[in-house]
Structures are given as structure tokens and as C-alpha cells.
Ligand binder design. Structure first.
Ligand code: ZN
Length: 161
């Protein structure tokens, strides 16, 4: 199973990250726009319950614009090991895969050099009353939001008083 997962993502390897747990690292120089991999995992439809343990695995869940969710913790590949950063070197783009189903394409947003750790911006969407500090970010970027959550707070604070 592990070999299968890695064969889907030939340009990255998973090893210990200085940021958080395991991380994904470039095995070669990757030009901007390079495909890192297609985010894999169990697919849940919009009206399907995600299961009780999903709160603990929030960072493996990807919600798509068609209402489905991919849970990378079940049957995922190496792309699930990309850690969060507020100024990431990769992004997740929706595209229509085989059969017209929406897929998540992880690609490089700038040139990435061999050995660099790969990141995406999780921009998590959770309950409106969630505390952003329950999902802390310490990515070290000058633009760090301090949280893995989507930047909704910015809109709120820019609203005229
Ligand atoms: Zn950050």
C-alpha cells in the first residue's frame, strides 16, 4: 500500500518534518506548475456523515466545491503529508478527473528545489464559533495568520465599526 501511494507521487518523499510530524519533501527540482500529486482518500458525499473521529483528523479532510469531502486519512497517498504554511509553495486546485468527478490537483506555485519541504495553505473552514487558537500555526512566515483556519477574521476586522 505504501509503495502504491508513493508511486502516485513520484517527486516527493515523506520524512520527519521540523514543522509538524511527518512532511513531504521534493526529491528533485520542480518548476512552477509541476504536479505534486492528486489528493487521494475516501470520498464522502455532501449528505454523508464523516464519522466521529474526523475532528481529530481535520487536517486530512478536503472539502470540494461540489459538496463532497475527501478524507486523506483513509486510503490517501503521500500528498496528505503536506503540512500547512501561510505562504505555501504548493496549492490545491480543483479539476475534473476521469468520469467528470472533481479531483484535487496539488501543484507547485513557484519553483521548488530538491529537498525543500512542500506546503499548502489548509485554510480550514470550521464552525463559526471555533477558536482560531485551537488550530495554531507556527509556520514562521512574515504573513503568518497564527492559525490554520481560513482567513475569515480578516474580513470581520476590516468591517467598519
Ligand atoms: Zn502560519
Amino acid at each position: 500500500m505504501t509503495e502504491h501511494a508513493i508511486s502516485n507521487c513520484p517527486h516527493i518523499e515523506v520524512r520527519h518534518s521540523s514543522v509538524h510530524g511527518a512532511g513531504a519533501f521534493a526529491l528533485r527540482d520542480l518548476p512552477r506548475g509541476s504536479l505534486i500529486g492528486i489528493y487521494a482518500g475516501r470520498r464522502y458525499s455532501a449528505d454523508e456523515a464523516l464519522g466521529e473521529d474526523c475532528d481529530n483528523r481535520l487536517t486530512y479532510l478536503f472539502g470540494l466545491s461540489d459538496g463532497t469531502t475527501i478524507n486523506g486519512a483513509e486510503g490517501g497517498n503521500a500528498t496528505r503529508y503536506l503540512n500547512h504554511a501561510c505562504e505555501p509553495n504548493c496549492e490545491a486546485l480543483e479539476e475534473h478527473g476521469e468520469g467528470g468527478q472533481l479531483a484535487l490537483r496539488i501543484e507547485a506555485v513557484r519553483r521548488i528545489r530538491t529537498g525543500e519541504e512542500l506546503f499548502i495553505d489548509y485554510a480550514l473552514n470550521v464552525d463559526a464559533d471555533a477558536d482560531p487558537l485551537d488550530y495554531p500555526c507556527r509556520c514562521g512566515s512574515a504573513k503568518c495568520r497564527g492559525t490554520l483556519l481560513a482567513p475569515l477574521a480578516e474580513f470581520a476586522s476590516s468591517t467598519p465599526a
